[in-house]
Design a protein around this ligand. Structure first.
Ligand code: BES
Ligand code: ZN
Ligand code: ZN
Length: 532
C-alpha cells in the first residue's frame, strides 16, 4: 500500500469531433452573459434537440461561476452518457483560473459517477488571438484535471471504493490554436499536469494520518521521491542536528517518541545552460507531523486536525519534485524541518531558555508556538548555504486564519522586488495570498527578561509577531525573504469547487511559478554592480 506511487493520469489532446469522443463523461461550459450561453453550449444544445437548455431552465442554472449541471444523455448523437455544464460566469472574466476550475470540477463530478474517461472542450479567452494566453489556458486544463481527480482513500476498506479517473481528452478546434504547434500545446498541457501532480504529493502527505506519517517516515518518503526525480537528498538525524547546533529543532521534538529530521533536497541545473549569476533559491517548510501543543497542550478540538501541521514541508517537497522535472535555470534547495510536538517528561517547558543554531537565545513561553522554533534553525541552515532567496511555508498561526479566513494565506516579504515577483507568481497560480505587514513596532512584544527573545507576543497581531520572530533569523540586506503563513488554506474542511475535503496542496503551484520566473533572472554582479 503506497500512496506515493503516482500513476500519471493520461491526458491528451483530441482533434476529432467532440461528440464522437470515446468517453463516458463530457464537460462543456456556459457563460452567463452570452447569447444562448455561448457558442459551445448552443452547439451541444442544438445537437441534443434543445434538451440541455430545458434542463438548465429546470435546474435554474444561470451560468454563474461554479454552478454546474449534469445531464444524462442517451441520444447516441453524443457518445458520452453524461454531459456536464459548468457555469463560467461572464465571458470577459474567462481565463486560466476559470479554466482550471472548469476542468477540475468536470474531473471531480465525473469520478463521483464512476466515469473513467472524460472529454472537455478547450475554450480560449476572447479578444485578439494571443498564443501565449492560449497556452496558459491549456496549462490550466492540465492542472485542473489532476487537481479535480484527487482522492485519498487508502484507508477505506468497507464501502466500494470508487474507480480512479483514467483519461482526460482535451478537444479543440483548429482556429482556436492558430500560431501554435501541436508540440507547444502538448507541452503546456503536460506542464499543467506536472503542477497538479506536485500538489497531489503534498495533499497526500497532509491527508496521511499522523500514526503513519511521523518524522521518520516523512523523511523516508522524501528520500524515495527525491531519488525518483533525480534530486540530491540529504537527511540530517539527531546527531548531525546536534553537530549543527540546531537545539530549537531538537527541543521541539524532545517530547516525541521520534527523532527530528532535517530533509535537504537540492536541484542543480545543468551548468551548460546557465549564463550570468543566477539566484539560488531556498524553499523552507515547517514539517510538524503532529502538533499536540507539547506541554502547552491543545484542547481536543484544537488538536484534531493537527496532522496538517506538516503542510508547509509537504508543499516544499511537492514543489521540488516538479522543479526537478521542469528544470529551471537556477539552483533550488528544499529544506524541511520535521518534528512532532508532544507532551512528555523530557519535553521542553515554558520557561526553558534554548540556544538557536544562529546563537540567539530563546525563552520558551508557550510550547505550542513551536513552528517558529523549528523554522528559526532551518532558516539559519539555509543562509549557511549562501542562498539569495528564501521562501518559507508554514502552518504557523491560528491568528492568520482569524485575520484572513480559511482560503487566503498571509505573505510577509522583506524586499519590494521580491514582493513583486511573489505577486506575479500567485496571480498566475490563482492561489490566494494577501500581503501582511512586518510591523516593527510590535517587535517589543518579543523582548524577554532573561534571553534574547521570547517565542510568543501578546494576544493581538499573532501572525505578525510570529513573522517578526522569524525575521530575527534573517540576515538583513543579504537575502530576499518571504514567509507564507498557510495555516488556513492548506486544508479544506468542506468541499469547494474542484477541491474535496482534506489537503489542498496550497502553495505548491505558487512556489513553482516563483522559481520559474525568478530562475530566468540574471543577478547584478556583486563586484561591478552590472548585469552580466
Ligand atoms: N500549528 C499551529 C497553528 C495552526 C493553527 C495551524 C490552526 C493550522 C490551524 C501552531 O503551532 C500553533 O499552535 N500556534 C499557536 C501560537 C500561539 C501559541 C502563540 C496558535 O496559533 O494558537
Ligand atoms: Zn503549535
Ligand atoms: Zn504547529
Amino acid at each position: 500500500m503506497s500512496a506515493m506511487n503516482l500513476r500519471s493520469m493520461k491526458i491528451s489532446l483530441y482533434t476529432n469531433d467532440l461528440f464522437d469522443a470515446p468517453v463516458d463523461f463530457l464537460g462543456i461550459l456556459a457563460f452567463e452573459d452570452e447569447p444562448d450561453r455561448g457558442l459551445l453550449f448552443a452547439q451541444v444544445n442544438r445537437t441534443l434537440g434543445g434538451a440541455l437548455e430545458q434542463a438548465a431552465r429546470d435546474e435554474r442554472f444561470e451560468g454563474k461561476v461554479g454552478q454546474s449541471l449534469v445531464f444524462n444523455n442517451s441520444t447516441g448523437v453524443i457518445k458520452a452518457r453524461r454531459v456536464m455544464v459548468f457555469g463560467a460566469g461572464p465571458k470577459a472574466g474567462y481565463g486560466p483560473h476559470i479554466a482550471r476550475t472548469f476542468t477540475g470540477l468536470v474531473a471531480r463530478k465525473a469520478m463521483q459517477v464512476q466515469a473513467k474517461k472524460v472529454a472537455v472542450q478547450l475554450v480560449v479567452p476572447d479578444g485578439p488571438s494571443d498564443p501565449a494566453r492560449v497556452l496558459d489556458v491549456i496549462k490550466s486544463y492540465g492542472e485542473g484535471a489532476v487537481l479535480g481527480a484527487y482522492r485519498f482513500d487508502l484507508y477505506r476498506t468497507r464501502e466500494p471504493v470508487p474507480a480512479s479517473l483514467e483519461e482526460v481528452l482535451v478537444a479543440f478546434v483548429a482556429e482556436d490554436v492558430i500560431g501554435l504547434t501541436g508540440a507547444q500545446l502538448r507541452s503546456s498541457l503536460l506542464e499543467g499536469r506536472t503542477f497538479g501532480e506536485a500538489a497531489t504529493v503534498a495533499r497526500t502527505l497532509v491527508d496521511e494520518p499522523p500514526n503513519v506519517l511521523n518524522p521518520d517516515t516523512f523523511a523516508e518518503r522524501a528520500r524515495r521521491l527525491a531519488k525518483d526525480h533525480h534530486l540530491a537528498c540529504r537527511v540530517l538525524g539527531p546527531r548531525e542536528l546536534e553537530r549543527q547546533g540546531m537545539e530549537l529543532l531538537l527541543g521541539v521534538c524532545r517530547g516525541s517518541a521520534f527523532d527530528p529530521r532535517l530533509v535537504h533536497l537540492t536541484y542543480t541545473p545543468e551548468a551548460s545552460k546557465t549564463r550570468g549569476r543566477r539566484p539560488v533559491i531556498a524553499l523552507v517548510g515547517k514539517g510538524l507531523t503532529f502538533d499536540a501543543g507539547g506541554l502547552s497542550l491543545k484542547t481536543n478540538e484544537g488538536m484534531v486536525d493537527m496532522k496538517i501541521d506538516m503542510g508547509g514541508a509537504a508543499s516544499v517537497l511537492g514543489a521540488m519534485l516538479a522543479i526537478a522535472d521542469l528544470k529551471p535555470d537556477c539552483e533550488v534547495h528544499g529544506m524541511m524541518g520535521i518534528a512532532e510536538n508532544m507532551p512528555d517528561g523530557r519535553a521542553i517547558r515554558p520557561g526553558d531558555v534554548i540556544k538557536s543554531k544562529a546563537g540567539t537565545t530563546v525563552e520558551i513561553m508557550n510550547t505550542d508556538a513551536e513552528g517558529r522554533l523549528v523554522l528559526a534553525d532551518v532558516l539559519a541552515y539555509a543562509q549557511d548555504q549562501g542562498v539569495t532567496d528564501i521562501i518559507d511555508v508554514a502552518t504557523l498561526t491560528g491568528a492568520c486564519v482569524v485575520a484572513l479566513g480559511p482560503l487566503t494565506a498571509g505573505a510577509f516579504v522583506n524586499d519590494e522586488a521580491m514582493a513583486l515577483d511573489m505577486q506575479k507568481a500567485w496571480s498566475i497560480s490563482g492561489e490566494r495570498f494577501w500581503r501582511m505587514p512586518l510591523e516593527q513596532d510590535l517587535r517589543k512584544q518579543l523582548e524577554s527578561r532573561v534571553a534574547d527573545l521570547k517565542n510568543v507576543g501578546d494576544r493581538y497581531g499573532g501572525a505578525i509577531t510570529a513573522a517578526l520572530f522569524l525575521e530575527t533569523f534573517i540576515e538583513k540586506g543579504k537575502v530576499r525573504w518571504a514567509h507564507l503563513d498557510v495555516a488556513g488554506p492548506v486544508y479544506a474542511s468542506e468541499e469547494r469547487n474542484l477541491y474535496g475535503r482534506g489537503g489542498t496542496g496550497f502553495g505548491v503551484r505558487t512556489l513553482i511559478e516563483y522559481v520559474k520566473l525568478r530562475g530566468a533572472q540574471v543577478l547584478e554582479d556583486p563586484d561591478t554592480g552590472a548585469s552580466s
